[in-house]
Design a protein around this ligand. Structure first.
Ligand code: SF4
Length: 334
């Protein structure tokens, strides 16, 4: 739980950020797409997410206790995870394609989302975990303000594809406690081919520097730590994402103190079958080689997964509980 002082500061920052974001959305450059559209006039950018100032709504597919996140986020009560519909990146292999590509979810008012945040706390969540919220952050900020003003005392996790502009992230300073970016590609060609975003590596690297500036690395030694960056990377077959260069960049930037979660769960989902080089699962040998390379580079806190994770983590958002079972957390520290 946050201290009362921290909670009050967060509420004050939420009020400021709402105003800042309202202006920014007149020519939306929240993410690396830099669409420049006026979101308040009904113009849609790449994320295809409508917004309304008069009656703000937000679409999401699930608000649930999730036990498949990294162990420090799961704790004993689970992570209070909200999966928002639509996405600004839309990778061809997305395992959440039902919501990111197909728009599955229900429209809710700000009050309804605030109530869901409160309900997650009552059910025992250790944090509020926003999954891919960049494109709909305005109504989310309004709901967070209501939830923190009335009841919520939990740290806030910003769970993202890392494709945010620095100016947008500055809006979130003092609001987000834990940044959880999934650094997807270091290879421009891969970013162009699988996400139509050749500038992804540049934007994401700047975003991660900004996140680190705001909150520093997550401190795994302190069990009560409620602040910091935890970095994810989904390892793709045949090193197509530029995984080894990505690890080298982190080393060169002096970021090996960030807990790094190397995810092994890749299986060809959605449109991946159309891309022969990624139309197969990651081999265990490929994954082990990446883990060993990270260890050789001196990463201080690696989170690795077991073989079974390829099936365990696949969600189905047509179900009330998208994750089949309360899976045991398969992440383990090295
Ligand atoms: S959030 Fe949506 S509209 Fe704004 S820049 Fe990104 S893709 Fe474009």
């Amino acid at each position: 739980m946050l201290s009362e002082c921290t909670r009050q500061k967060k509420i004050a920052r939420l009020r400021q950020a709402t105003h800042q974001l309202r202006v920014m959305l007149q020519a939306c450059r929240c993410c690396g797409r830099e669409c420049g559209v006026n979101r308040w006039e009904g113009q849609l950018g790449v994320c295809r997410t409508p917004l309304s100032l008069v009656s703000p709504q937000v679409r999401y597919a699930s608000a649930t206790l999730h036990f498949g996140e990294e162990p420090m986020l799961v704790g004993t009560g689970g992570s209070g995870t909200v999966f928002f519909t639509h996405c600004n990146l839309r990778c061809v292999f997305c395992q959440n394609y039902q919501i990111s590509w197909e728009g599955l979810g229900r429209d809710a008012t700000v009050d309804e989302l605030a109530r869901d945040f409160c309900e997650l706390q009552r059910k025992g969540a250790g944090n509020i975990n926003l999954v891919t919220a960049t494109h709909c952050m305005y109504p989310v900020l309004l709901a967070l303000q209501k939830a923190y003003e009335t009841e919520v005392q939990l740290p806030l996790v910003f769970n993202t594809n890392g494709y945010e502009m620095v100016e947008f992230l500055r809006c979130l300073e003092g609001i987000v406690d834990i940044y959880l970016p999934d650094l997807k590609y270091m290879d421009r060609k891969a970013a162009a081919r699988y996400s139509a975003a050749p500038n992804y590596p540049q934007i994401a690297c700047e975003a991660i520097r900004e996140m680190y500036r705001q909150v520093g690395p997550y401190d795994v030694e302190t069990s009560s730590s409620q602040r910091g960056v935890i970095l994810r990377h989904l390892v793709l077959p045949d090193n197509v994402a530029g995984t080894y260069d990505l690890l080298l960049w982190l080393k060169d930037e002096g970021l090996t103190d960030i807990p790094l979660s190397l995810m092994s769960q890749y299986t060809p989902q959605h449109r991946a079958a159309d891309y022969p080089e990624i139309a197969r699962s990651l081999s265990w040998r490929e994954y082990e080689d990446v883990v060993q390379y990270a260890l050789d580079l001196g990463f201080e806190h690696l989170l690795v997964q077991e073989c079974e994770s390829q099936n365990v983590f696949l969600p189905d958002f047509t179900r009330q509980e998208p994750f089949v079972q309360r899976e045991e957390t398969t992440g383990s520290s090295v």
